[in-house]
Design a protein. Sequence first.
Length: 178
Amino acid sequence: MEQEIKKFMENHQMIGNSDACNYHMALGFYYAYSADAYRLAEMLENGELFDEMEVSIVIMNLYVAENTLRYFQKKLGLPAGRFRTSETICFKKGKLELGKLTGDVEDILATAKQWLPERRKKSDEIYSLRQIFLYEAALWIFYLAGKEINYYFLDHTYWENRMEVMSEKEKKDEIISK
């Protein structure tokens, strides 16, 4: 199991980051593979897809992404219960169900945006189960809506750690782009 997680981290450039950063990255990859799996399952069901190999690869990546996510949740001491992509959430003007947003997507996004945390400091305590659930649900909604997610709330050490593992060329590109 740990070998699969290590390989996944290497393949997705997660080596050298803090556990907190890797949790957020693993969650993002888990949602990206989940969204792909829902899309491919629908295409397969509708007879639009005939290549089961692609589905198998996505499902395998989804499996390892979920194990990686659970690994970092455990390392960070986060609550065991968490949001599942198959859950249904009803909003005033819409609904999230089985990987689809229906109704007024802008209203759903406005609500989900309120669930994103403020910038955390190192001294902050671990999020509560409710905060984790809302945060993970909000991210899933943003992924499904194809919206960019700003990780402004991540600890500043993420960027420091990232700069340490970047190549010299990447560092120059990063500085130039600022």
